[in-house]
Design a protein around this ligand. Structure first.
Ligand code: ARG
Ligand code: ZN
Length: 472
């Protein structure tokens, strides 16, 4: 499912002129990108995926992944050929049952040419058979597949899917998922959502996961390794499944002391953000040395490094806040990243207040004061940071200062109404920063253009807000 990011047809029209083969005059090729100016090759044009069915087998000893992806999609134009984003080795592609031609192109394009042009609005079934060693594949010089001593993990932002399944890899095209993975007995395979069933045969165990609400491709995750699973239920009745590598060493206690609070924290967040939007919940900690955590839908990924200093419920709050700000409502384009990171950071500040470790206001004042006006921190514009600064600390901290500035301007009643109302407003969909500004103006009845311009779009330190100056 997706909404168009930019004017449709610009890229497609160009390719009609350049590349349309005479024999396929009734259709044009789908664009190789969905139209995101930060990442022109990410996602694709011409179709819209509703469901991914991934049936996989993984060998931890050799990092070999093989299987079949069945992709249900609807065309959005007459389509002579289309792209998927993928890096592993493809052996066969079928479109509506018929063998299709395919080729690789660019850094991560799989170009599929069906026997016959697909009509606009048609439901199509694409089957891709593939295998490969994900850790051996790079795009743009990096890999998002993290090998572990006992398996591997696919988790990164914005790129994660290319290493384990072919997709329309952009948050604008959300879909539901069934992920079924065979691994050697004694090893576990983890993914998003609910573990529907497991079965064992001839030395292999199959794990069947279902993520039944629209999910962006970068929020899909696969982890294989030796894990201990814990289960529970939140007070609001959501089933929780957490998983910990059996090999977390000295970090094992702190990891569990943090991630086991997932249910409590999700319930606490729902007081600010509205009911938890999915039907499954949890967290997983594989044995990787990765430097970041990720809000993989329903079941965030945590690196053991986050727990090296002891318990860290703050990172759990951050990733769970993303379940509303990032997953339930996803960015329409990657320039909208403030909608994710500014709010997930602000939720950490609210949690600090809840835990009596400093109020949101105190943290905001500290962060504001700790960056002098000539600090490069203020040159990053959280509302349009550029792809190179997408995850700069300023997107998080200056981004959360922008949220505090909104709170100062609106007062608590209107501010918390906006904070809770926004996710519902774009339930399971996508939104832009401008959508948010308009929404906050509508709910509060105030003009907020100048405030957001200063906090999100100027490459300089904004003046402290009037409310903060008065409080100081
Ligand atoms: N959204 C992630 C978080 O919650 C950030 C992931 C950053 N990814 C990266 N490759 N640096 O913090
Ligand atoms: Zn984040």
């Amino acid at each position: 499912m997706h909404r168009r990011l930019t004017a449709p047809g610009a890229l497609a029209a160009a390719s009609v002129l350049l590349a349309i083969p005479a024999s396929a005059a009734s259709g044009s090729p789908g664009a190789p990108g969905i139209g995101d100016p930060y990442y022109p090759a990410y996602g694709n044009g011409g179709y819209d995926v509703s469901h991914y069915d991934l049936r996989l087998k993984y060998r931890p000893a050799t990092d070999e992944l093989e299987g079949t992806a069945t992709i249900l999609a609807k065309t959005t134009q007459d389509l002579s050929r289309f792209d998927l984003d993928f890096l592993l080795d493809v052996s066969e592609v079928r479109v509506d049952g018929a063998v299709a031609a395919f080729a690789t192109s660019g850094e991560h394009e799989l170009v599929v040419t069906p026997k016959k042009t697909l009509a606009e609005g048609a439901q199509v079934t694409v089957v891709v058979r593939y295998r490969g060693v994900p850790s051996s594949k790079q795009a743009y010089g990096f890999t998002s597949w993290h090998r572990t001593p006992d398996g591997g993990v696919g988790a990164n932002e914005p790129e994660a899917a290319w290493w384990w399944f072919p997709s329309n890899d952009h948050p604008l095209d959300k879909a539901t998922y069934d992920v079924s993975v065979q691994v050697p007995d004694g090893t576990q395979a983890l993914s998003n959502g609910t573990l529907q069933s497991t079965s064992s045969r001839a030395g292999w165990t199959r794990f069947n996961w279902r993520s039944g609400k629209p999910q962006a491709t970068y929020l899909a995750t696969l982890a294989v390794g030796r894990f201990d699973l814990t289960t529970g239920t939140t007070e609001s009745g959501i089933p929780v499944v957490n998983a910990y590598s059996r090999d977390l060493g000295d970090n094992a206690g702190a990891a569990r002391a943090s991630v086991e609070r997932t249910g409590e924290i999700a319930d606490w967040l729902s007081g600010y953000l509205g009911p938890y939007p999915f039907d499954a919940l949890g967290g997983y900690v594989p044995n990787t040395n990765t430097g970041y955590a990720l809000e993989t839908q329903t079941r965030p990924f945590y690196s053991p490094r986050q727990f090296a200093g002891g318990s860290n419920t703050s990172v759990v709050v951050h990733e769970l806040a993303h379940q509303w700000y990032g997953d339930f409502v996803s960015v329409a384009g990657w320039k909208d990243i403030w909608l994710n990171e500014g709010f997930a950071r602000y939720a950490q500040w609210l949690w600090s207040e809840h835990e009596d470790e400093g109020t949101a206001r105190e943290i905001a004042d500290y962060v504001y004061a700790s960056h002098p006006a000539d600090d490069a921190f203020w040159t990053v514009k959280p509302g349009d940071p550029g792809p190179e600064n997408q995850f700069d600390i300023a997107v998080y901290d200056r981004g959360a200062l922008a949220v505090q500035a909104l709170r100062d301007e609106l007062g608590d009643e209107a501010f918390f109404a906006v904070l809770k109302g926004w996710p519902r407003e774009h339930a399971y969909g996508n939104a832009t920063v401008s959508d948010f500004v308009r929404y906050a103006e509508r709910v509060s009845g105030r003009q907020l253009g100048a405030l957001f311009d200063a906090w999100l779009f100027q490459p300089s330190k904004p003046a402290a807000s009037a409310a903060r100056t008065a409080a100081a």
